[in-house]
Design a protein around this ligand. Structure first.
Ligand code: 5GP
Ligand code: MN
Ligand code: MN
Length: 483
């Protein structure tokens, strides 16, 4: 399935349009030889199907953490002409605006260590996690509708956010095109009880340490607020829960019915069901997607609020002393209207990023002023055992529409991981490594074990070598609540 793959650079590979009949643009895949060798064949198949979609521009991309997904591979990036291209739910993902938030603190590991267990236990009891988890805010439909239109601004209004939190969130935590009238009743009912919840499995809130030996770029780390040896940071990962999932499901069903019948679009894979972005149905999905994006921004903001409360309570320190300042919040499952140079012309395009993080370069006016010198913080998870990374956007990222990896990516499915890894061994390892984890079920530990994921350091090497982002600091886990 990968015959025809050409190596262009040390960490960049191409599938030319001759790879598959119907491809409109070539595919670029970022990755070291090792990562490319380990990628499932489905990635090559799926991303070349993406390259065949109507209105795709320049190149379809797959990030170094790429693996098989629904329709698009996870790690897929594709830009479509805003007038002539499509919007595809499979290019955004079921968990709309799943994203990562990174928060720094004024504490060091030495200071926090005696309280770690109590802190993790209290976070676990306060932040609902698990499959059906419902939040403390049980919103009426009218309040939830406001939240969907206002995103993190709703949280500011209600006292759950500070101005700086919003300034340091992608799109300041609100996509303006949200329109609740495009959302089904069923989705609203699922969503309104889930604000302030983590979700299951791969969603997590992790206490991490920035060890001095792991800082790759001290100046940038300092601008991001990481400047003390063994400083504690908190990274969390979650999205729009059942709300986004229902919206994706609703519109996939609609697009499956109409994309060929009404718009004459043929796709290589029914999971790529789509609609013209400019058509009423495409616009409706986009506006509903923006509602889910706003729900997710609010969700992560409420979790930050709970995090601040718990830290203060357990450590007996006020907010000024815990110093939990947001570094950044960035989504990795979205479609955004952006302006990019394609074939030398500036164009309005709809960029799909599915398991890929936007990575704005230094100088971008869309960044808060304090980050214009460094580029955008790019937050990527690794695993509960191996560590995670903070990187920064670079100007070379222009060729991938300023996109970078979002994590390490799975090596195997959950079921396989459960079969392969012994829970006793994982627990022993965690004990030895001094990583304290609370999860909604013991089985999650096997599904989420370090070896179930690719080597995060290799993904970072590939991102750097391909010129998509620059490493700043590796963050190692000490405590985690897993959905
Ligand atoms: P996804 O958005 O594709 O579901 O997952 C994002 C990434 O988060 C995964 O590719 C994986 O690398 C990372 N990840 C999953 N669970 C954990 C965890 O418990 N801790 C950390 N640090 N990263 C995780
Ligand atoms: Mn998610
Ligand atoms: Mn995610």
């Amino acid at each position: 399935k990968r015959n025809g793959l050409r190596q262009l650079e040390a960490a960049l590979w191409e599938l030319p349009v001759s790879f598959k009949k119907g491809m409109k643009v070539p595919v670029h895949i970022a990755g070291t030889e090792k990562l490319i060798g380990g990628m499932d064949d489905a990635v090559f198949d799926q991303i070349s199907n993406v390259a065949s979609l109507p209105g795709i521009l320049d190149r379809a991309w797959c990030m170094p953490d790429g693996h098989k997904g629904y329709g698009f591979p996870i790690g897929g990036v594709a830009a479509f002409d805003a007038e002539e291209g499509v919007i595809s739910p499979g290019g955004i993902g079921f968990d709309i605006n799943c994203g990562m938030r990174l928060v720094t603190s004024s504490l060091t590991w030495e200071e926090l260590r005696p309280n770690l267990r109590e802190l993790v236990d209290t976070l676990y009891s306060r932040i609902p996690a698990g499959v059906g988890g419902e939040g403390a805010l049980n919103l009426s439909l009218s309040e939830f509708s406001d939240l969907c239109h206002e995103g993190a601004r709703w949280c500011l209004k209600k006292g759950y956010a500070g101005q700086e939190d919003l300034a340091r969130t992608e799109d300041e935590g609100c996509m303006d095109d949200a329109d609740i009238s495009a959302v089904s009743r069923e989705a609203l009912e699922r969503g309104r009880t889930q604000v302030g919840t983590l979700g299951s499995g791969n969603h997590y809130l992790e206490i991490q340490v920035a060890e001095p030996g792991n800082v790759r770029d001290m100046d940038t780390a300092a601008v991001f607020g990481i400047e003390r040896p063994n400083q504690i940071v908190v990274m969390f990962h979650c999205g729009s829960r059942g709300f986004g999932h229902q919206i994706a499901t609703d519109y996939l069903k609609l697009f499956t019915k109409i994309s060929h019948a009404k718009y004459g679009i043929s796709v290589n894979d029914r999971e790529l069901a789509c609609a013209p972005f400019a058509a009423p149905e495409g616009q409706a999905y986009y506006r509903a997607m923006c509602c889910a994006a706003n729900m997710a921004f609010a969700n992560r903001q409420i979790i930050l609020h709970l995090l601040r409360e718990v830290f203060s309570e357990v450590l007996g320190k006020g907010p000024a002393e815990t110093g939990l300042r947001q570094i950044y919040d960035v989504t990795h499952n979205t479609a955004r209207v952006e302006t990019h140079l394609t074939d030398g012309v500036e164009k309005r395009v709809l960029v799909h990023r599915k398991g890929a993080t936007r990575a704005l370069p230094p100088g971008s006016v869309d960044l808060p002023p304090e980050y214009r010198r460094t580029g955008q913080p790019v937050i990527i998870g690794g695993s509960m055992e191996t560590g995670s990374w903070l990187l920064a956007g670079v100007s070379g990222g222009a060729r991938s529409f300023f996109s970078s990896a979002h994590g390490s990516g799975r090596v195997m499915g959950r079921r396989q991981a459960k079969k392969q890894f012994s829970l006793d061994e994982i627990e022993k390892r965690l004990e030895e490594e001094e990583i304290y984890i609370r999860s909604s079920s013991r089985g999650v530990l096997a599904e989420e074990a370090g070896p179930a994921y690719k080597d995060i350091d290799e993904v970072v090497r590939a991102s750097e070598a391909a010129g998509l982002s620059a490493p700043v600091v590796k963050l190692v886990p000490v405590g985690n609540i897993k959905g």
